[in-house]
Each structure stands twice: as structure tokens, then as C-alpha cells.
Design a protein around this ligand. Structure first.
Ligand code: PXL
Length: 257
């Protein structure tokens, strides 16, 4: 049998498995990609929300990456919730040291229930240190707002924000607009064209859509698709997983696939 493609997630732990590296691993597996994971931070949470965050040391995150990457070269890599500035810095160093080029940055800043998932100065460091290394960044409209200082409420605002975000160094910007008022529209900008994909809005509160979406883009890149092809596949994968979502707890629905 041929060696399967591999993808690495460097992200937070979510015990519900709805988000975090657990959701990333399920996504990789479901798309036929072998998943590797480096936990960057732990959380105590359930389907009602995040209770608290427990940091790992940046040194230990660095050690996990070093030992893994010395042995296995992943075909693509994503980052999710990283929380600490020091951790973000060491991840950027390892990405450089090992020339990891199919890198997806999901710039996780705040949970759907409003809990901060990055420390304050981490926002700047993600922007200045990680974005320039990225093949794809996948902010939602709130995150795109945090990184550009813009308020994003329409597809035209998404275009304006994407142009600003592209100037920060990533090859491709994908803004997810699942939180727009009337429509669910996602948009890709690669410096040349804007690609919009619109879906009907699904009713309900979903947990982990951003993680599953960025993980499915990462799996697509690992499989050899370009960013636009990976975007189209990821949108489909995430939409189907939302349509099939389950209520296993008393709070938000979890994507099922
Ligand atoms: O959906 C963003 C996210 C990412 N990673 C972890 C999370 C959350 C949201 O709660 O807990 C670990």
C-alpha cells in the first residue's frame, strides 16, 4: 500500500471533540489523511462553553514539534487555538526550521460563547509572525475584524478585509461568513480573484465549524489540491457535517461526519 498523506494539527484540546485538535484529527481521518497532533493548550469545556484554559509551556510545545518533525514530515500543517504568545513564537520558529510550506493558520481568537482563546498580545504575534508563513489563513468575519480593525457585515466588507489581510503576507485569504446576517457566504482571495461560495443558512448553534473547515482545507492541501480546490471541497465537507450535526450535550450542536 502507498504511504498515506499526513497532516499535522497544532491546536488546543477540546474534550467534547467538537472543536480543537480532536475535531481536526477526525476531519483528517474522514478525508483519508493520516492525522498527527501537537496539543498547544488544554481547555476544560462542554457543549455549553469553555470553563477555563490551561497553558502548556512553550518549551514543551517546541519539544513535541521537534521530536515529531525529526521523524515525520507532514504533507500539510494547521494551527488552531494556541493561546500564548511564547507558544506562537516557538511554532513559527519550528515552521521555519523545518520549511513547512503547506501551512493553514486558523487565527482562533474567541470562542462562540465569547471566551478569549488567545492572550492579548498573541493577536499581534499571530498577525506579524504566523500570517507571513501561511499558505492559507481562515479567519471568520469577527477574527478578520480583529486583525484589520474593520467591521465586517457584508460581502463587500469581506473583500476589503481580505485585501488588507493579504498584505500581511499569506498566500491566500479565506474569510468565513457563517455569521453574516442573512446569508452564509465564504470567500477566497488569492491576490487575483475573489471566489464566493454561498450556502443556505442552517439553523442552530454549532460548535467547531471553524476547526472542521480549516482542518478540511489542510487535508485538501495534504492530498495535493490547490487552495481554491481545497476551499471548494472544505466548504462542502463542513456544510454536510453541519447538516448531519448531533446534540449530544445540553448546549451547542456538534458537527458529525
Ligand atoms: O472553535 C474555536 C476553538 C478552537 N479550539 C479549541 C476551542 C475552540 C472553541 O471553543 O475550544 C480548543
Amino acid at each position: 500500500m502507498q504511504r498515506p498523506r499526513t497532516a499535522l494539527t497544532i491546536a488546543g484540546s477540546d474534550p467534547t471533540g467538537g472543536a480543537g485538535f480532536q475535531a481536526d484529527l477526525r476531519t483528517f481521518h474522514s478525508m483519508g489523511v493520516y492525522g498527527l497532533s501537537v496539543p498547544a493548550v488544554l481547555t476544560a469545556q462542554n457543549t455549553e462553553g469553555v470553563h477555563c484554559v490551561h497553558e502548556l509551556t512553550a518549551d514543551f510545545v517546541s519539544e513535541q514539534m521537534e521530536v515529531l518533525l525529526r521523524d515525520i514530515r507532514p504533507d500539510a500543517v494547521k494551527t488552531g487555538m494556541l493561546y500564548s504568545s511564547d507558544t506562537i513564537q516557538v511554532i513559527a520558529s519550528k515552521v521555519g526550521e523545518y520549511s513547512l510550506d503547506r501551512l493553514v493558520i486558523d487565527p482562533v481568537t474567541v470562542s462562540s460563547t465569547g471566551v478569549m482563546l488567545v492572550e492579548e498580545k498573541g493577536v499581534e504575534i499571530i498577525r506579524d509572525v504566523l500570517f507571513p508563513l501561511a499558505k492559507v489563513i481562515t479567519p471568520n468575519i469577527y477574527e478578520a475584524g480583529v486583525f484589520t480593525g474593520m467591521e465586517i457585515i457584508s460581502p463587500d466588507d469581506m473583500k476589503g478585509a481580505a485585501i488588507k489581510l493579504k498584505d500581511l503576507g499569506p498566500e491566500t485569504v479565506i474569510i468565513t461568513g457563517g455569521h453574516l446576517k442573512d446569508k452564509a457566504i465564504d470567500m477566497l482571495f488569492d491576490g487575483e480573484e475573489f471566489v464566493f461560495i454561498e450556502n443556505e443558512r442552517l439553523e442552530g448553534e454549532f460548535h467547531g465549524t471553524g476547526c472542521v473547515f480549516s482542518a478540511s482545507i489542510t487535508a485538501g492541501l495534504a492530498l495535493g489540491y490547490n487552495a481554491k480546490e481545497a476551499f471548494i471541497k472544505a466548504k462542502d465537507f463542513t456544510y454536510n457535517a453541519m447538516r448531519d450535526s448531533i446534540s449530544v450535550g445540553i448546549g451547542m450542536k456538534l458537527l458529525y461526519f
